[in-house]
Structure formats: structure tokens, C-alpha cells
Design a protein around this ligand. Structure first.
Ligand code: ADP
Length: 379
């Protein structure tokens, strides 16, 4: 049974500014379970940092409840808050390492006030550097390391006091895709090996896709969607989530084709353009060939992609179906029973995108427009 480690109920945060009050968080409610990798995703200015700063008491709240590790954060005295912060390691985009200290001395910094003696501290630093694969770099200075290595030092430092929660605030945003991947692999390993709860604050859906078990989407201080990462990817509900998902899955390609008025999307009489998605956490048999045979249809695959979300495959296929209305309807019903979500792309959607494309070449705008027209469970 999942056990909550953070519970946020109707949290509000209003800043007092020279121009009057500014509400950065509005009625935020979230439950983060122990051992999860929880993504908080939103555009710049959405309120992510404010939320994270409220979690460890760096920012006061102006309403609602916030319980971290069983403690009601707004009620904590300064000494109690300092104690709580030891249980929450933090890693930032800019690494925040001390340039004048060696790698080992950077990692040792949080141990200054611990009860460990000199030898024990040394042993702990070695253990931490081994954990992040940097034992051979102990005597180097941050400037002698790559960005990915510096971020590993920051992670080792954040883990020094055995925190139960690790908070990554845009921790991979300054890294190239390959380095991002290796850092995320490390984070995943730490989650398993140390049974750490990890909160990943990001504006990159690819990060969520790679490691998060759960995700919350924040927009203008409000949570617009949250749930199991796979469920959110396979069936995004909020417009913003749909935009994030289509930009991070192969799906955006089909919207590009629509925006570019691609002739391959044109349908003739008796043809329907169908988007199929595997929404179960299992990939089914060769369903396209099964429905072709079983319902005597021609199924012409125009586009297919496979994403891996939280370790599970999420497939997307756009195909032109040719057959009688009855046959196509039966095939769609059959697919539904197999856990495949089907969505009809109406010819009108292509036409609508065509006229939009005259006014804008912004693929995202076309995608958002298209998504708004999508019809669930095509029939
Ligand atoms: P994000 O991390 O998602 O980029 P932030 O939490 O930093 O968003 O900011 C959310 C909103 O709150 C922004 O409009 C920002 O300008 C505002 N904000 C953040 N910190 C303060 C502050 N100390 N005083 C006033 N407004 C703030």
C-alpha cells in the first residue's frame, strides 16, 4: 500500500508586491507517495519554484495544509524547520558548487554540523562519491569537471545527510540530451537503491517520460492535471498537458503533417483516418493485421511511433482505414475491447488546419487546434 510522504491540501501562496497581492499558488492539492518519482511540470512562471520552496519552508504559505514527513510545515519553529530540511536534499539547475573547494570538500559541506568524527566524514564522502560514480574525481575542482559530473557532485552533496526526499529543481535543464539521460538513469537508480522519494520539477516532458511514476501539471498556479505518468501520457485531458505530450511523443509529427497540408492525409469516399493508441501497459498482438483479416479492411499505416513512458510502451499509429462503415465500426469496437484507444481524425480537422496554416506556421498552435477538434472513440 502506497504511503503518502507529502500531503498538500488547498495550498495557497500570495506574494505581497509593490503592485499589490499576487497569487502564485491557488488551491493546490497533491499527494506524493513514499518511493515515487513525482514530476511537477509547467511552463516558466507557473509556480513550480514557489511550490518547492513552500515544501521545505523556505517560503511561507498563505492558506491550506502542507504536511511533509508527518510534520505540518507552516507550524514548525525555525529549529524544527532546519531539522526537516535535512530530510530533503535539493539539487538545482546551476549545480551551486563552491568553485574554490575540491569535489570531496563540496560533498563534505553538509556534514560540517553532523556528529560524525573526521574519519567517519571521510568515509561518508567516499561512499557518496562511489554512489554517483565520481570516486576518481575527488581531488579535482568543479571547473575541471563536465556539467554532468558537476551535477553528480551536487547530487552526492544533497544526499550527505541521508535525506528521505530528493528534490530536483530543473536539474537537467542545462545539460545536453545524452548527459540528461545518464543523470536521469542515476536518479532512477538512487530511487530504487535508497528507496528515496524523488520530486522532479521540470518544464521538459521528456524528463517526466523517462523517469516519473506520477506527474502533476501546473499552470498559472493551479494544478490542471495529475495522475500516474503513463495514464497522463496516454490520455491527457487538459489542453496544456496535451501540448506537452504531443511535443514529447511522436504525435506532434502527425500534427505537423496536418499543418503542412500533407496530401497523404486526404481521405477518399469509404476511407477514414484513425489514430490508434495503446493505452494499456501491455502491447498487444499484431492487431493491425488481425483487424484487416477479421473485418476485411485495408489498413494503410501512415505513421507509427513508440514511446516508453515510465518503462512501459506507449504506441501511436495513424492509419487510413478502407472498408464499409459497418466493417470499420466493428473493427474499432474490437480494438476498444483490446485496450486500444481510437480517435477519428476528421477530414474537417485537416481542412481546418489547412486554413490555419495560411495564418500561422506554428505547429504547436495547429496541434492545439487539432486536439480541440478530436473526437473520442471514433465511430
Ligand atoms: P516557476 O518556477 O514555475 O517558473 P515561480 O514559482 O518562480 O514559477 O513563479 C511563479 C509566479 O510568482 C511568477 O509570476 C513570479 O513572478 C511570481 N513570484 C515568484 N517569487 C516571487 C516573489 N518573491 N515575490 C513576488 N512574486 C513572485
Amino acid at each position: 500500500m502506497a504511503k503518502p510522504i507529502i500531503e498538500i491540501t488547498n495550498l495557497n501562496k500570495t506574494y505581497t508586491t509593490a503592485n499589490g497581492p499576487y497569487t502564485a499558488l491557488k488551491d493546490v492539492s497533491l499527494t506524493i507517495d513514499e518511493g515515487s518519482i513525482f514530476g511537477i511540470i509547467g511552463l516558466s512562471g507557473a509556480g513550480k519554484s514557489t511550490l518547492v520552496r513552500c515544501l521545505n519552508g523556505l517560503e511561507s504559505t498563505t492558506g491550506g495544509q502542507l504536511t511533509v514527513l508527518g510534520k505540518n510545515v507552516p507550524d514548525l519553529k525555525p529549529t524544527e524547520l532546519r531539522e526537516l530540511r535535512k530530510s530533503i536534499g535539493m539539487v538545482f539547475q546551476q549545480y551551486n558548487l563552491m568553485p574554490s573547494r575540491t569535489v570531496e570538500n563540496n560533498v563534505a559541506l553538509p556534514l560540517r554540523k553532523s556528529n560524525l568524527n573526521r574519519e567517519q566524514k571521510k568515509a561518508r564522502v567516499t561512499e557518496l562519491l562511489q554512489l554517483v560514480g565520481l570516486e576518481s574525481q575527488a581531488k579535482k575542482y568543479p571547473s575541471q569537471l563536465s556539467g554532468g559530473q558537476q551535477q553528480r557532485v551536487a547530487i552526492a552533496r544533497a544526499l550527505a545527510n541521508h535525506p528521505q526526499i530528493l528534490l530536483l529543481d530543473e536539474a537537467t535543464s542545462a545539460l545536453d540530451p545524452d548527459t540528461t539521460k545518464t543523470i536521469l538513469e542515476l536518479v532512477e537508480r538512487l530511487n530504487r537503491q535508497l528507496h528515496l522519494t524523488i520530486i522532479v520539477v521540470t518544464h521538459q516532458m521528456d524528463v517526466v517520460k523517462q523517469i516519473c511514476t506520477d506527474v502533476a501539471v501546473i499552470d498559472k498556479g493551479t494544478i490542471v492535471e495529475q495522475g500516474d505518468a503513463f495514464a497522463v501520457f496516454s490520455d491527457p485531458k487538459a489542453d496544456l498537458t496535451r501540448r506537452f505530450v504531443s511535443n514529447s511523443t511522436g504525435l506532434s509529427r502527425i500534427y505537423e503533417l496536418i499543418a503542412k497540408r500533407s496530401p497523404i492525409l486526404k481521405t477518399a469516399a469509404g476511407e477514414r483516418l484513425i489514430h490508434m493508441q495503446y493505452v494499456d501497459k501491455t502491447v498487444s498482438e499484431g492487431l493491425v493485421s488481425i483487424i484487416s483479416t477479421k473485418f476485411d479492411l485495408t489498413v494503410n499505416i501512415l505513421f507509427a511511433s513508440l514511446d516508453i513512458v515510465d518503462g512501459y510502451p506507449l504506441g501511436s499509429i495513424v492509419a487510413k482505414y478502407k472498408g464499409s462503415d459497418e466493417q470499420i465500426d466493428q473493427a474499432l469496437e474490437f480494438l476498444k475491447g483490446k485496450g486500444i484507444r481510437t480517435t477519428l481524425i476528421e477530414p474537417g480537422d485537416v481542412a481546418a488546419a489547412e486554413s490555419d496554416a495560411d495564418e500561422t506556421t506554428d505547429v504547436r498552435a495547429a496541434a492545439a487546434n487539432h486536439t480541440a477538434h478530436e473526437k473520442e472513440d471514433a465511430r
